[in-house]
Design a protein around this ligand. Structure first.
Ligand code: G16
Length: 526
């Protein structure tokens, strides 16, 4: 463990395993990356030697940021009860303190060799942090396999494959093979040969490289990549990508310049391709966003529609959202789709856990993170089902294939987007009709710099503040003045900022509400 000295921890550290792992400026992460290697190895040891994943990425954050996150054996996030230990270790400064913390953990487990799989995104700090993670793994005499540059969901997939042989081949090629084979089969049994073309802004991140690889090996997917420059890591997420499009509610800069094609479907990934939003420009040249809420409702309509055709099958379906979900989407799901909606705090780790409670658990954050998880009961009921005719047989087969199409481990831009295109085809829905399912309430998201974001503490799935004292009451008062007004404030877990969300019945009202709540928030944080 002497390599501890190669990665000195800065004095008085405040590292925290946030919404999606440790995230800071890339040049401040050496010690954290080293210790993440150690934590991943300990996690592998604690599971009796199961393969654990580490992804080096800061996803939607700017190019000079980076991050490290740990993937559990079934491709899920590191369990939350490991986070306090991860924080403790990341903040140990002296060797004695560090060695004791590691040895105390090790004492709980038998002597097994850990195995870690690693991947990174396209950031320039990636190779240096990779070396630090590897040194951490080696410090505990672990083994590792470096998969180079992959999307985050690809590494989740590979991690799961190592531990669950039925999931697929544990390689990048295995991921493509599974996606292509499943999509081909769904299209075939439903009488189609290929998916409709779509233009994908890949945020100048790894998603672009992977879509190009897919394009070189199959004709059934029709992805046209824009913002796919991975030779210049400093362009990552700049004026493009899912976060830019969703937060600013506008086209990526290059499309604003070149002019989009009316009615054509576009999509944007983020830097590590684990979130996706879609959009189009309507007949009056208006930008129309099809965000995570819309993707959830589209996939719910597809699955719900198919399940209606086999009424003897009884399954529990639920949709999980966060406070960022547009009020109209929740109303649409509850009143039109008649599916119950549940809320959790922000962060895939929270939504995924909740979704696992259902036979069909559909979860999406408005920003485009999400997937659909299917229970063993879903698979069993469908496999056992005796189809009465060809139509039922096709329906049951399609429902079963969706389990392989939609990444069960984590939200995955490539799989989600393929599922969106499959859903549009199978439901014979046009982009316009998807966009007109419901009318979104005008909404705005603000990012505020404050002295100490940790002052902002929330309850009720982050919809209400408990600290700073008195602020929530003031927000309630302001919100009460606006028709269909809703606003909440929470500290980001990936950036040093506080986020303010506002929605109301009219655009101007929404702007005014947002500004008022921002002012109150800034005052309270003085
Ligand atoms: C991560 C998480 C998401 C979350 C987002 C923003 O996304 O995986 O669940 O919505 O951060 O979180 P916060 O508002 O706490 O900063 P990504 O795409 O950055 O990995």
């Amino acid at each position: 463990m002497q390599s501890f000295y190669t990665y000195p921890t800065p004095p008085d550290p405040h590292y925290s395993y946030g919404t999606a792992g440790f995230r800071y400026l890339g040049d401040q992460l050496g010690s954290v990356a080293f210790k993440t290697g150690i934590i991943a190895a300990l996690r592998s040891i604690s599971t009796g030697g199961k393969t654990i994943g580490v992804v080096i990425t800061a996803s939607h954050n700017p190019p000079d940021h980076n991050g490290v996150k740990i993937v559990d054996p079934m491709g899920e996030m590191l369990p939350q009860d490991w986070e306090p230990f991860a924080n403790q270790l990341a903040n140990t400064v002296s060797f004695a303190e560090f060695e004791k913390a590691v040895n105390d953990r090790l004492a709980n487990y038998k002597d097994v060799t850990p195995h870690i799989v690693i991947a990174r995104d396209t950031r320039s700090s990636g190779p240096r942090l990779l070396k630090a993670v590897i040194d951490g793994i080696l410090a505990l005499k672990g083994k590792y396999t470096d998969f180079g540059k992959l999307t985050t969901p690809q590494l989740h997939y590979i991690t799961r494959c190592y531990n669950d042989k039925t999931f697929g081949q544990p390689s990048e090629q295995g991921y493509y093979d599974k996606l292509i084979a499943t999509t081909t089969k769904i299209l075939q049994i439903n009488g189609y040969t290929k998916l409709d073309p779509i233009t994908v802004d890949t945020a100048n991140g790894i998603g672009g490289d992977q879509l190009r690889k897919l394009d070189s090996i199959t004709d059934i997917l029709n992805f046209h990549v824009i913002n796919g420059d991975t030779d210049h890591p400093d362009r990552l997420n700049i004026d493009c990508g899912a976060d830019y499009v969703k937060t600013n509610q506008k086209l990526p800069a290059v499309l604003q310049k070149e002019g989009p094609e009316q009615g054509h479907l576009y999509a944007s990934f983020d830097g590590d391709a684990d979130r996706v939003v879609c959009y189009y420009v309507d007949e009056s040249d208006k930008f129309r966003l099809l965000d995570g809420d819309r993707i959830a409702t589209l996939l719910a309509s597809l699955i719900g529609g198919l399940l209606k055709k086999v009424p003897k099958i009884k399954l529990k379906v639920g949709i999980v959202q966060t406070a960022y979900a547009n009020g109209s989407s929740t109303e649409f799901i509850e009143s039109k789709l008649k599916i119950p909606v549940y809320f959790t705090p922000t962060g895939v780790k929270h939504l995924h856990q909740k979704a696992l409670e259902f036979d069909v658990g559909i979860y999406f954050e408005a920003n485009g993170h999400g997937t659909v998880v299917f229970s063993p009961n879903y698979v069993k009921q469908l496999r056992d089902y005796q189809a009465a005719d060809e139509e039922e047989k096709k329906t049951v087969e399609t429902l079963l294939l969706l389990v392989d199409l939609i990444n069960q481990a984590v939200g995955d831009s490539i799989c989600d987007l393929t599922a969106v295109l499959v859903a549009l085809k199978l439901t014979k829905k046009s982009v316009y009709s998807w966009g007109n399912d419901y009318k979104e309430l005008p909404n705005r998201l603000y990012k505020l710099s404050v002295k100490d974001r940790f002052l902002f503490k929330t309850t009720d799935a982050e919809r209400r503040l408990v600290s700073p004292k008195g602020l929530q009451e003031k927000i309630d008062e302001v919100v009460g003045k606006y028709e269909k007004g809703r606003s909440f404030v929470r500290a980001s877990g990936t950036e040093d900022a506080v986020r303010v969300y506002a929605e109301a019945s009219g655009t101007e009202e929404c702007e005014r509400l947002g500004k008022e709540v921002c002012e109150l928030t800034s005052e309270a944080s003085q």
